[in-house]
Design a protein. Structure first.
Length: 135
């Protein structure tokens, strides 16, 4: 059986699932994302084992996205990405996840540069942007 390419979210407390729920308002069904939330009761070895167990079931073309650089989810993802070759990005935001989902639900492949660009381009001073567009 061929392993499926997925987007695996590693976040503190499960806010990634709330983001997926919000994106369903735009995309409808999203079946390419799986979150493994870090809960306060988990030890580092427990969380590492949970993530590793799941990641072993997905394609090496998958992508792990974490919330905060230097946090436990990112550190776990870095170790697993280093071992497996799965790409790991941090700074999860709606445009980043939307881009990744659209790509997977489209042609089934991830354009890693486009995903990073969408995430980085999401940070804007809204009032300044509106003012510059009005002039």
């Amino acid at each position: 059986m061929e392993k499926k390419t997925e987007i695996v979210l590693l976040t503190h407390g499960g806010w990634g699932e709330a983001l997926v729920k919000s994106l369903r308002m735009i995309l409808g069904s999203i079946d390419c994302v799986h979150e493994i939330a870090l809960e306060p009761s988990y030890t580092l070895p427990e969380y590492m084992a949970m993530v590793r167990e799941y990641v072993d079931t997905v394609s090496p073309d998958s992508l792990i996205i974490t919330d905060l650089f230097g946090g436990t989810p990112s550190n776990v993802a870095a170790a697993i990405g280093n071992q497996t070759g799965i790409r790991v990005f941090c700074g999860l935001n709606a445009p980043m996840l939307l881009e990744a989902c659209v790509e997977l639900q489209g042609d089934g492949k991830l354009d890693y540069d486009a995903i990073l660009s969408a995430g980085a381009g999401a940070c804007k001073d809204v009032v300044a942007e509106v003012k510059s567009n009005m002039s």
